[in-house]
Design a protein around this ligand. Structure first.
Ligand code: F6P
Length: 358
């Protein structure tokens, strides 16, 4: 009898449930049903606190089309994993103890960047770990794509589409602030798909004068509206020149709740016209996975089961072109996959006349 643990950790995204379903179905097939799957509740919390459920085959039925995660999730910062908390709990020791107590043969961890750092740590501590890359941010190093990304692109694009109709009716400048943490993948793709006029990404620091110049050029060309897709992590050239410490202090003192509002105030000051801001926020992570993510997460789930069957541990299943390949966790952990500023997709947007504010 094989015993496999599974948990979903960090911010949720579309595709987690189909990934769990793909993994479970492929495990039952690989081991002729001679397998027990233990689902840990709320990510690493369940593993630390020994909060698990022995999953039934039925638990994995009817979830292909459902957003969120049937296991629950939570954020457990990597930097605190080695820190003993007030109640004296050594989180890493607890996770190892609970894994061993259950007699697990392996644990499958679905998560983003922070999750992968802890997954690598557990692998280094001797646990048999396989991971899957999930996040709407698409920022995990070592994989062409993460599941959740394409569904979020569809949601964010729909937001821009909706803003388009009202922006044209009223002749307004709108800012749509898009998630993505420190990278601009989601903003870039939704911005292009939604026909944004200006796209501001963390990877390409903007100059407010250039943004205003692009808006004025549209006005001059007779366009009565403009749409700016700004990444929540976008940064001005001025701020990019600051040290990390100085930037943090500036951010802490900022009266604005997020980048979109800060940018709106900057443009209003320069142009003397009112700017509207739309922040779709967590809507981008919500709802059902689209067809693309259902297929991708299913493929990654079955690939994770295959690694377990082959006893190949310490890997993330990753997308490379048309294939799913194992990538060592030690290579993935601690790195971010940024938008390459000279990529073809950025060039394509520039060729359309989209301004990046640089
Ligand atoms: O990593 C996914 C993500 O949605 C980011 O795009 C965003 O910055 C962050 O999570 C929001 O986190 P939380 O759900 O903790 O508010």
């Amino acid at each position: 009898m094989k015993k496999i643990g599974v948990l979903t950790s960090g911010g949720d995204c579309q595709g987690l449930n189909p990934a769990l379903r793909g993994l479970a179905k492929a495990l039952y097939t690989a081991f002729d049903d001679d397998v027990e799957i233990y689902g840990f509740a709320d990510g690493y919390r369940g593993l630390i606190e020994n909060d698990w459920k022995l999953m039934e085959k039925d638990d994995f039925s009817g979830i292909l089309t459902r957003g969120g995660t049937i296991l629950g999730t939570s954020r457990r910062p990597f930097k605190l994993m080695r820190v003993i908390d007030e109640s004296g709990v050594d989180k890493v020791a607890e996770m190892k103890k609970n894994y061993k107590k259950l007699g697990l043969d392996a644990i499958v961890i679905l998560g983003g960047n922070g999750t992968h750092k802890t997954a690598n740590l557990l692998s280094e501590e001797g646990l048999n770990v396989v991971t899957m890359p999930k996040t709407i941010d698409n920022d995990i190093w070592g994989t062409d794509e993460t599941f959740g990304f394409q569904s979020a692109v569809a949601v964010a694009t729909n937001v821009i589409d909706c803003i388009h109709t009202t922006a044209t009716s009223h002749g307004r400048v709108f800012i749509v602030e898009i998630m993505g943490h420190k990278v601009g993948w989601l903003t870039l793709y939704a911005g292009i798909a939604g026909g944004a006029d200006i796209i501001l990404l963390p990877e390409i620091p903007y100059n407010i004068k250039s943004v205003v110049k692009a808006l004025k050029a549209r006005e001059k060309a007779g366009k009565n509206f403009s749409i700016i897709a700004v990444a929540e992590g976008a940064i001005s050239k001025e701020d990019a020149a600051l040290s990390k410490k100085e930037r943090k202090a500036k951010q802490a003192a900022s009266p604005f709740s997020s980048k979109g509002y800060e940018l709106a105030a900057e443009i209003e000051k320069e142009m003397g016209r009112e700017i509207r801001v739309c922040v779709p926020g967590h809507i981008q992570r919500g709802g059902d996975p689209n067809a693309y993510d259902r297929v991708l997460s299913t493929r990654l789930g079955t690939a994770a089961a295959e690694l377990i069957k082959k006893k190949q541990f310490g890997y993330m299943v990753a997308v490379k072109g048309e294939s799913i390949v194992p990538v060592p966790l030690s290579e993935v952990a601690g790195k971010l996959k940024y938008v390459p500023v000279d990529s073809e997709v950025v060039k394509s947007a520039r060729d359309l006349g989209i301004s990046f504010g640089d």
